[in-house]
Design a protein around this ligand. Structure first.
Ligand SMILES: [Zn+2]
Length: 67
């Protein structure tokens, strides 16, 4: 079942950015998502790295997921 509200790993509340970056990095057609912390852990990077990536995509304005 689609879950747009909570991280499917830790259960934390999801925000629009969490969903957008997950779609961008993992699966564009996903209907369940990881929070930024769990996503960072999965990729072996830090939360800051993920947030920088989000900022990058938003500023570049080329990705339709970040509007
Ligand atoms: Zn999580």
């Amino acid at each position: 079942m689609a879950n747009y509200k909570t991280c499917f790993d830790c259960g934390n509340e999801l925000f629009a950015d969490d969903i957008a970056i997950y779609r961008k990095l993992v699966d564009r057609n996903a209907d369940e998502f990881l929070c930024i912390d769990c996503l960072a852990e999965r990729f072996g990077c830090t939360r800051e790295d993920v947030e920088k990536l989000i900022a990058h995509y938003r500023e570049s304005g080329v990705c339709t997921l970040f509007r």
